[in-house]
Design a protein around this ligand. Structure first.
Ligand code: FAD
Length: 258
């Protein structure tokens, strides 16, 4: 059986579901998610789900502020619970060096528009009575932080994506990605239904076009590490080898088909 899609997202964890949803929301049609097991069965189901906006990098801080903004409006927009609980969070400093770092982070974050304040340890304890404040030198209180139950959120994203037309195939491991000769963008993927591709014949051939959700790494050390050695010489293509492909930004370094 073969199937085509404009965009293929490999992996139905919270990232895959979110990428698929946001692509569809941005108007990209014909998006397909391939998940080797069940949706949110990987790291996502293990996560504590803390959503903290106080970050050292402006990009990270603003990204998570956008996430929080979207999550707080989710119920009104989609008519269902996202799993997000906006209970606030505390960041504690136990050493003088950490106090200076925290103060600098708070000043920076205020400039980026985050509601955050330094509070005395006794005020922190008033918010969290079980908190042991001995040795705590400074605290930052971020009232709009919270936690998201990761499985609930991933499923909410998956349902929202499906409502926008995204197709999701579970029990469908990607076992190979083929690049066309002379090009660095994937043109097809091999996939089988079942936990192993050893005995099963490929059943899905998906035609991709280069676009936002390239199933290939961007140029970061983690991406290179993840994909290094992933070339499957028997097939002359790429073996997915447990990698979950995400929306790649920037330049990509990929190995050519041989
Ligand atoms: C103990 C723990 C606590 C954490 N706490 C937090 C926290 O408090 N806050 C926070 O923000 N983050 C936290 N994280 C991190 C968070 O869980 C991950 O960043 C997030 O779940 C990653 O999502 P993902 O979709 O990239 O990966 P995953 O959820 O692992 O999804 C990847 C999916 O790809 C599928 N897949 C892999 N290979 C293939 C293939 N070849 N074909 C098809 N499908 C494939 C897998 O089956 C899997 O479902 C925590 C993680 C752990 C382990």
């Amino acid at each position: 059986m073969s199937e085509t899609a404009r965009v293929v997202v490999v992996g139905g964890g919270i990232w895959g579901c979110s990428i698929a949803y946001h692509l569809a929301r941005a108007g990209v049609s014909d998006v397909l998610v391939l998940e080797r097991r069940e949706l949110a069965s990987g790291n996502t189901s293990q996560a504590a789900g803390l959503v903290g906006q106080l970050r050292a990098s402006e990009l990270m801080a603003r990204s998570i502020m956008t996430v929080v903004d979207r999550l707080t409006r989710w119920q009104a927009e989609h008519g269902e619970d996202s799993g997000f609980r906006q209970v606030g969070s505390l960041k504690l400093a136990l050493t003088d060096a950490r106090v200076r770092e925290l103060e600098a982070q708070v000043a920076q974050a205020c400039g980026w528009g985050l509601a955050v304040e330094l509070v005395a340890p006794r005020d922190a304890q008033a918010r969290v009575p079980l908190l042991e404040t001995n040795g705590v030198k400074a605290c930052a209180w971020i009232p709009t932080d919270g936690y998201a139950e990761p499985y609930t959120l991933a499923m909410a994203l998956a349902r929202a994506a499906r409502r926008l037309g995204v197709r999701m195939r579970t029990q469908t491991p990607v076992t190979g990605i083929t690049l066309s000769r002379g090009r660095s963008t994937p043109t097809s993927m091999r996939s089988t239904r079942g936990p192993s591709d050893r005995d099963a014949a490929p059943i899905a051939l998906v035609t991709c076009i280069p676009c936002a959700a390239r199933p290939a790494p961007s140029s970061g050390p983690a991406c290179k590490r993840r994909w290094r050695g992933a070339r499957d010489t028997r097939r002359g293509g790429f073996r997915a080898a447990g990698a979950s492909a995400r929306a790649g930004r920037g330049r990509c370094r990929r190995r050519r088909d041989r």
